[in-house]
Write a protein that binds this ligand. Structure first.
Ligand SMILES: Cc1cc2nc3c(=O)[nH]c(=O)nc-3n(C[C@H](O)[C@H](O)[C@H](O)COP(=O)(O)OP(=O)(O)OC[C@H]3O[C@@H](n4cnc5c(N)ncnc54)[C@H](O)[C@@H]3O)c2cc1C
Length: 530
C-alpha cells in the first residue's frame, strides 16, 4: 500500500458475512478454527498467499541470507528512516516461520511485575482464567512437552497431548551438565507433528528445528496446517488470499463496524459483516484502526483513548553461540529450556528472563560473523565452528512504554518508534548464561548480532514477537479492548492477535495468542447463537 492513498468511503458491498476475520496467523487462524463448526458464514481475509512448498523452504541461504519469505513492506523508524520489517504475509502468518516453541506465560506474568525499566502491568484476567484456554490451544496445536518439569510453570489441568521431544545426545549432555550444576532444565514445549514412539506414522523429520524455516512437509504445527486448512472444506468458510484489508467503515453514529474495504488485484472491494475481528498482527491491526479515522472516530477507530498503537513490545533478546570441544551434530536443537532466572529471587531484585535453544546454526548463515567466530577457535574453519556450536536464545521481558508505538502517515504507512527496555536485566541474564557455559565446558562463546538470523540492517526490524498495540483491560481510558477482546468504543469490533497483550512476559507469545483466540472465539459463539 506504499504510495497508494487510503480510499475515501466506499459504498457498494460485494457480499455480507456473519463474521469477517482479517489475518490468518496465530490469532486469526485459530479464531476461524474455533468459529467454523458453528456453521456461521465466515470470511477470512489474508493479505498474503499460501507459502509455496519448494526446496528453498529448508535452505539457509534463501531463508536467512536472501530473506525470501520476508515481506517487501517498507516501514519507517522514529527518524523517518525506511526499513524492511521482519514480517511474513502468508496464510498462517508469522507461524509459517516460527520456531513452534509453544510456552504458557507464568502465573506471575498475569500480575504486576516490577522491572528495572518500569512496571509490567497486571492483566484483567488471571493465569487461572487463562489455563483452560492454554490447555485447549496445546491440544489443538499438538504440543509436545512435560508439564511439571519446569518449577516456574503454573498449574495445568491436562498433560500435553504428546510426550516431550527427546533430546539428541549433545542436548542430553547439556541438560545433564546443567542438572549436575544445580540448575533446572526442562524439555521445551514444541508444536510439531512428530510421533517418536511410532515413527512410520510421523511426518516430522526433525530437520532444522522449525526455527525461522517454513516446513516443506507441513509437519510444523503452524496456523495454516492446524487451523486454516482443516476448515477450508466447509461451505460456510471462505478464504480470500492476496486480499489486504485497508480500512474499516462504521455506521453513521460510529458505534458499529459495517464493512471492511479490501485491496485486491489493484481494485477496492467491500465486504460487510455483523462482527469483524482484526487479527493482522500487532503493528498491522493498529495500522488498520488508525487508517480508519472518520468523523465519528477522528483519531482512528477505537482510539478515543489515544491508546491504539502504543505500548508496542517485542522482547529484549540475544542469540549466543557457544563452542564446546565436542561436536554438536544435533539437528533438532530447540528441545531444552531454562527458567531458573525467570522470577526475581536469590538476591536478584528483577526477573531476568528465559533461556532456550535456538535453531542449530550453520556455516552459511554465520558468514557475516566469520572473523569473530573463528577468533574463538583460531585453528578452526567456519565449518568447524558451526559443527561445534551450541546455540542459545536469551529472552528478557520488554516493558510497555506509551512512546514505543505504531503511527501512520497520511499515505497510511507504518511508522514504528521503539526504544528497547530492560537492557540491564538482559545484561544480567547474559552474565548468568556465562556462568552456565563455564559449568558446561563451553566457555568460548560469542553474542551474535541481534539480527544475525534475520538479514536485517536495523534492530527495530526484528519484530517477530511484536505485541501490545491494542491492549485489553477494564478501563477504556487506558485500554483499547475490553476483557472479551471487543473494542470498548464499538459494538462488534474485536482484535484477536498479540495486540491484546498488556505485557509480553519473557516466553514466546504464540501460544498465548492462540489460547486467547479460542477464548474470544467461545465468547463470539455465545454471542452468535445467543
Ligand atoms: C522467525 C520467527 C520465529 C518465531 N518463533 C516463535 C516461537 O518459537 N514461539 C512463539 O511462540 N512465537 C514465535 N514467533 C512469533 C509468533 O509467530 C507470533 O507471535 C505469532 O504468529 C503472532 O500471531 P498474530 O496472530 O498476532 O500475527 P500473525 O501470526 O503474524 O498473523 C497476522 C496475519 O495477518 C495478515 N495480515 C496483515 N495485515 C493484513 C491486512 N491488512 N489484511 C489482511 N491480512 C493481513 C498477515 O499476512 C498474517 O497472516 C516467531 C516469529 C518469527 C517471525
Amino acid at each position: 500500500m506504499r504510495g497508494l492513498r487510503r480510499p475515501a468511503t466506499v459504498d457498494s458491498v460485494t457480499e455480507h458475512y456473519d463474521v469477517i476475520i482479517v489475518g490468518t496467523g496465530a490469532g486469526g487462524g485459530t479464531l476461524a478454527h474455533t468459529l467454523a463448526p458453528s456453521g456461521r458464514r465466515i470470511l477470512l481475509l489474508e493479505r498474503g498467499d499460501f507459502l509455496p512448498r519448494e526446496k528453498q523452504n529448508w535452505d539457509p541461504g534463501p531463508v536467512f541470507v536472501d530473506g525470501r519469505y520476508i515481506s517487501k513492506d517498507t516501514w519507517y523508524d522514529a527518524d523517518g528512516k525506511p526499513f524492511q520489517p521482519q514480517v511474513h504475509y502468508f496464510v498462517g502468518g508469522a507461524t509459517k516461520m516460527y520456531g513452534a516453541a509453544l510456552y504458557r506465560l507464568r502465573p506471575e506474568d498475569f500480575g504486576e511485575v516490577k522491572h528495572a525499566d518500569g512496571i509490567s502491568p497486571a492483566w484483567p484476567l488471571s493465569y487461572d482464567d487463562f489455563e483452560p484456554w492454554y490447555t485447549r490451544a496445546e491440544w489443538l496445536y499438538q504440543v509436545h512437552g512435560i508439564h511439571g518439569e519446569d518449577p516456574t510453570e503454573g498449574p495445568w489441568s491436562k498433560q500435553y497431548p504428546w510426550p516431550a521431544v527427546s533430546h539428541e545426545p549433545r542436548m542430553q549432555q547439556v541438560s545433564d551438565a546443567l542438572t549436575a550444576a544445580g540448575y533446572h532444565p526442562f524439555h521445551a514445549p514444541c508444536g510439531i507433528l512428530l510421533d517418536e514412539a511410532n515413527r512410520p506414522a510421523s511426518t516430522c523429520i526433525r530437520c532444522r528445528t522449525c526455527d525461522g524455516y517454513p516446513c516443506l512437509v507441513h509437519a510444523k504445527s503452524d496456523a495454516e496446517v492446524i487451523a486454516v486448512r482443516p476448515v477450508l472444506g466447509r461451505d460456510n468458510v471462505t478464504l480470500l488470499v492476496n486480499a489486504e484489508a485497508v480500512r474499516l467503515q462504521t455506521s453513521p453514529d460510529g458505534r458499529s463496524v459495517t464493512s471492511v474495504v479490501v485491496s485486491r488485484d489493484g481494485e477496492y472491494e467491500v465486504y460487510s459483516a455483523d462482527i469483524v475481528a482484526l487479527c493482522a498482527g500487532a503493528a498491522n491491526s493498529a495500522r488498520i484502526l488508525l487508517n480508519s479515522a472518520s468523523d465519528a472516530h477522528p483519531r482512528g477507530l477505537a482510539n478515543g483513548s489515544d491508546q491504539v498503537g502504543r505500548n508496542y513490545m517485542f522482547h529484549n533478546s540475544k542469540a549466543v553461540v557457544a563452542l564446546g570441544k565436542e561436536p554438536n551434530d544435533t539437528v533438532f536443537q530447540k528441545t531444552l529450556g531454562l527458567n531458573d532466572f525467570y522470577l526475581p529471587g536469590n538476591g536478584r531484585p528483577w526477573p531476568l528472563g528465559n533461556i532456550q535453544m535456538v535453531g542449530k546454526s550453520n556455516a552459511e548463515a554465520m558468514k557475516g560473523e566469520e572473523p569473530k567466530l573463528t577468533k574463538l577457535a583460531p585453528h578452526w574453519s567456519l565449518d568447524d565452528v558451526a559443527s561445534h556450536a551450541v546455540d542459545f536464545w536469551l529472552t528478557t521481558e520488554d516493558v510497555p512504554k506509551p512512546d514505543n508505538r505504531v503511527t501512520v502517515d497520511r499515505d497510511g504507512n507504518v511508522h514504528l518508534a521503539y526504544q528497547p527496555t530492560n537492557d540491564e536485566e538482559a545484561g544480567h541474564l547474559y552474565e548468568e548464561l556465562k556462568k552456565i557455559l563455564n559449568h558446561t565446558g563451553m566457555a568460548r562463546h560469542h553474542v551474535l548480532r541481534k539480527n544475525f538470523y534475520m538479514n536485517m540492517n536495523i534492530p527495530v526490524a526484528g519484530c517477530a514477537h511484536q505485541a501490545g498495540t491494542c491492549r485489553f483491560g477494564t478501563d477504556p481510558a487506558t485500554s483499547v479492548l475490553d476483557p472479551d477482546g471487543k473494542a470498548h468504543e464499538l459494538d462488534n469490533l474485536y482484535v484477536v492477535d498479540t495486540s491484546f497483550m498488556p505485557s509480553i512476559g519473557a516466553v514466546n507469545p504464540a501460544l498465548t495468542a492462540m489460547a486467547n483466540a479460542i477464548r474470544v472465539g467461545e465468547h463470539l459463539l455465545g454471542r452468535l447463537t445467543g
